[in-house]
Design a protein around this ligand. Structure first.
Ligand code: SF4
Ligand code: SF4
Length: 359
């Protein structure tokens, strides 16, 4: 007989770092376009998997010496290799017992609504647009959503439905959402990515997390964001979701602004772009990064990407995170001020003042 214990053991043996299981009913209140109940209507259980981000892949960014390991290992590596391999393995264990395993790896930008801001269709992905312009020599736009997707039946929503991964992880009892909108887990703080599997097997379910709040509302993420993308803790700018009775709340982050800053960081945190480029600010293309406009929309972001694309030091399908780092600020705080990462490492992530370019 298939049990939750068998699934969790298989997941950990295959390389996941944590696994939790939720009944599908926990998604009852989700908006249709993001409700995983539509994916596999007969599914009874959602299985969530955590894949830790080794703290060491952040070391080079923390030191200002190496930026490649995080996007290649902890974005690309987890999303494209490690997590799919675990989903594949656990899926086989489930199907060997006669139940179906609907795997759902991290995809991004495949739904009828934007994975940036939930708006329907037609929001641009700057990286993909640049790739098309440069290499395919066409101006066909790529999007953060699939524009022309249509429901295949009256009872369906349009494919490919994309649900909110972090809330699904909370539903599976894996952790909570922090002020910075990152998933925090008791074991790894903000250092993980997640993947999911839906099955028609009825299983034993995990409670949602109800221990000490994992987010300390310390504001380190707010302070360390070079773009001011995360609102101050007491600003009242919050997003609140009632997830089957668990209230999840986080800061209402300016996602488009983050889209510009996490990759390009601005003059003080991007060592790959010469100072003169920021000084010159050709055609005002860097106004957003230079704080000369408050507008952070697709148009402004495309200007930034268009101007700075030649300074991408490499292309791994995932952008280099060059920003000050809400993740590293959070890890550092949770290690030093008595949070869930206290005592995990012999030495803290941060041992000296964070770097900032003098220009
Ligand atoms: S990823 Fe970078 S730019 Fe985005 S909110 Fe975090 S610190 Fe700010
Ligand atoms: S840095 Fe502090 S406020 Fe921000 S998510 Fe982490 S614990 Fe919460």
């Amino acid at each position: 007989m298939l049990t939750s214990e068998m699934i969790k053991r298989a997941a950990l043996e295959a390389g996941a770092d944590k696994c939790g299981i939720a009944p599908m009913s926990r998604f009852d209140g989700a908006p249709d376009d993001m409700n995983p109940q539509f994916l596999f209507p007969e599914a009874k259980s959602c299985i969530g998997f955590v894949f830790r981000i080794p703290r060491g892949v952040q070391r080079g960014i923390e030191e200002g010496t190496q930026f490649f390991q995080y996007p290649s290992m902890a974005y690309g590596g987890i999303n494209e290799i490690f997590a799919p391999a675990v989903l594949y393995h656990v899926g086989k264990v489930i199907e060997d017992e006669g139940y179906e395993a609907f795997v759902y790896r991290n995809t991004g930008a495949r739904g009828s609504v934007s994975d940036m801001d939930g708006s329907p269709g037609n929001t641009l992905s700057p990286e993909e647009q640049i790739e098309v312009n440069e290499n395919a020599k066409t101006s066909t736009a790529h999007h953060r959503s699939v524009q022309f997707t249509r429901a295949t039946r009256d009872t369906n929503v349009a494919p490919d439905l994309q649900f909110q991964f972090r809330l699904a992880a909370v539903a599976c009892g894996l952790g909570e959402i922090g002020w910075s909108k990152m998933l925090l887990t008791p074991e790894f703080g903000p250092l993980q990515r997640v993947a999911f599997l839906f099955t028609d097997a009825e299983l034993e379910y995990d409670e949602m997390y109800s221990g000490e709040p994992l987010c300390r509302k310390c504001g380190a993420c707010v302070r360390e964001c070079p773009g001011g993308c995360i609102p101050p803790i007491n600003s009242g700018k919050t997003v609140t979701v009632d997830l089957a009775g668990k209230i999840c709340e986080w800061g209402d982050i300016d996602m488009w602004r983050c889209y510009a800053f996490y990759t390009h960081a601005g003059r003080y945190y991007n060592p790959f772009v010469p100072k003169e480029v920021f000084d010159e600010n050709p055609n005002g293309n860097l106004d957003l990064l230079e704080g000369k406009t408050d507008i952070a929309d697709e148009k402004e972001i495309m200007k930034v990407y268009g101007e700075l694309q030649k300074y991408f030091p490499s292309w791994v399908g995932y952008n280099m995170a060059k920003c000050g780092g809400c993740i590293r600020g959070c890890v550092s705080m949770l290690e030093k001020k008595g949070g869930c990462m206290e005592g995990r490492f012999k030495e803290p992530l941060r041992t000296k003042k964070p770097w900032k370019l003098d220009r």
